[in-house]
Design a protein around this ligand. Structure first.
Ligand code: AMP
Ligand code: ZN
Length: 494
């Protein structure tokens, strides 16, 4: 079945066909590393990780690159303002790289808690400054950049003679010109206000992170200590690891302008190719209707939510429960609902049982034998513009149906197992990034067995208060107790 993706470039759902058969080259814009991950930042990373899992499940070999911005992202989206990393570092009284080191560690801890697998390559901007300098030189040599006082600017007028610019943001050039000119502080050094910086001269500024570069401009060597413009790193690192033209480029919807058009323009200017063929943008998470953002201060960090006791699995389930292109207003009730859903899924899976090698071990997807068509239904839903929300809804429907069947007749567990119902649920949730198999060590299982026996004894003696207390202890440890005709049974649900 064919996956369709909404391509921001064309504003249409297009059938996904990778450039090279069977292989997907995928770049997503990553974190500017100066603060803890908030749930809004986590949203795109969870989706892109899920997309990679899904593509792999469909049989593609995927190379996923997601960068880390540790220099160059300014507080203003244009070419003005302070470097975000430097600003925070100076507030804390530490070196920028000291801040980056500690934040990177926290970033990987947080993403791991959300089951986001480390991408195949996680390039850091500061590790690619040489490549960036060479790339700027290419753009100068191709006639699309000029130098003013050691700053290198992208020459939009020269570029527009050969390539388009407004397609991604659906803005025409006059509109872009007007917008750029109405900025508060015009940059007198630019030929046109809609030109943007590729390289900025650090002399006379307080910038700590700076590199020596020599550019050849009109036959003369220009030596300058400076730093890269923010958009440069993604053009450079995506090209280095994925080539001049690759398959998917993803990011938040704030990148529809100016980050992605600028990346694309740089790529055309340097290589003649427009970088990616499919451009994906996720909508925002809001809080009471406002975008969740660090600068507004209205955010929940992943760390805080974990500390409050929400599980990483529940946060992940909550995030994939909405479509990446729909805006979602964050609520803790939503997280609590996801916790409950997880318990329900885990319980059903334990009731049915599964095989060690569960992947592909179900009878739903077999051509000809596929009476139920569950695999197809699941796939059909995600295939429609990567709709994890609808796919998850379908899985929850199956979970509820299995639950009802088992409540009416626990014996049915065997027939559900026989058709691979448990295997299918485990595999499908794994694509969404959630392992629904219980994690119970031998020691824990023994403890739970013993506690259940003791509870039985209390119940036989009619001491229901004590029996309930023991059930509470089990619950606190993530076990749910169910009394059946054949006696009590535990399930690991937390
Ligand atoms: P930043 O750290 O602000 O550069 O954001 C990192 C990534 O998270 C970018 O792809 C942003 O588009 C995305 N992002 C930031 N805030 C939100 C939000 N509230 N909802 C969804 N995505 C967001
Ligand atoms: Zn980027």
């Amino acid at each position: 079945m064919a996956l369709k993706l909404y391509n921001t470039l064309t504003r249409e759902k297009e059938e996904f066909e990778p450039k090279e058969e069977g292989k997907v080259k995928f770049y997503s814009c990553g974190q500017t590393i100066y603060d803890d991950l908030h749930i809004g930042n986590a949203r795109p990373y969870v989706y892109w990780d899920t997309l990679r899992r899904y593509l792999e499940w469909k049989g593609y070999t995927v190379r996923h690159v997601q960068n880390i911005t540790d220099v160059g992202h300014l507080t203003d989206d244009g070419d003005q303002g302070e470097d975000k990393v430097e600003k925070r570092a100076s507030e804390l009284g530490v070196e920028p790289m000291e801040l980056v080191e500690s934040q990177i560690e926290r970033y990987f801890e947080d993403t791991k808690a959300l089951n986001i697998e480390r991408q195949d390559i996680v390039p850091r901007a500061t590790g690619h400054v040489n490549e960036m300098i060479n790339y700027v030189q290419e753009i100068i040599d191709n006639g699309y950049a000029y130098e003013r006082d050691g700053n290198i600017y992208f020459d939009m007028d020269a570029y527009l003679e050969d390539y388009e610019y407004g397609e991604m943001a659906k803005k025409d050039i006059e509109q872009l010109k007007e917008e750029a000119e109405s900025r508060v502080e015009p940059d007198e050094k630019k030929k046109n206000q809609y030109d943007f910086a590729l390289w900025l001269n650090a002399e006379g500024t307080g910038h700590l992170m700076r590199w020596g570069a020599t550019f050849q401009v009109d036959g003369e060597a220009v030596k300058v200590e400076g730093y890269p413009g923010w958009h440069l790193e993604c053009s450079v690192m995506s090209q280095k690891y994925l080539g001049d033209e690759f398959d998917i480029h993803a990011g938040g919807k704030d990148h529809i302008f100016p980050h992605h058009p600028n990346e694309r323009a740089q790529s055309f200017a340097a290589t003649g190719e427009g970088q990616a063929r499919y451009w994906l943008h996720n909508e925002f998470i809001t809080i009471e209707g406002e975008k969740m953002s660090k600068s507004e201060g209205n955010f929940y960090t992943v760390r805080d939510l974990l500390d409050e006791g929400y599980s990483g699995d529940a946060i992940r389930l909550y995030l994939v429960s909405s479509h990446y292109r729909s805006e979602t207003d964050f609520s803790k009730e939503g997280l609590e609902k996801a916790e409950k859903e997880l318990r329900k899924i885990r319980k059903v899976v334990q009731k049915i049982g599964w095989d060690e090698d569960y992947r592909g071990k179900n009878q739903f997807g077999e051509p000809g034998e596929d009476e139920e068509g569950y695999v197809e239904e699941f796939e059909k839903r995600i295939d429609d513009d990567f709709n994890t929300a609808k796919a998850k809804q379908f899985l929850m429907k199956l979970v509820s149906e299995a639950n009802e069947t088992l409540e009416k007749n626990p014996e049915e567990g065997e027939s559900l197992y026989a058709v691979g119902y448990g295997n299918f649920l485990i595999e499908a949730f794994e694509i969404l990034g959630i392992d629904v198999r219980p994690e119970v060590s031998e020691g824990e299982a023994e403890m739970a067995d013993t506690l259940l026996e003791v509870r039985e004894e209390y119940r036989e003696r009619g001491d229901y208060d004590e029996a309930d207390r023991i059930r509470d202890v089990l619950e606190e440890n993530g076990f749910e107790v169910e009394d059946t005709e054949d006696g009590a049974r535990w399930f690991k649900v937390g």
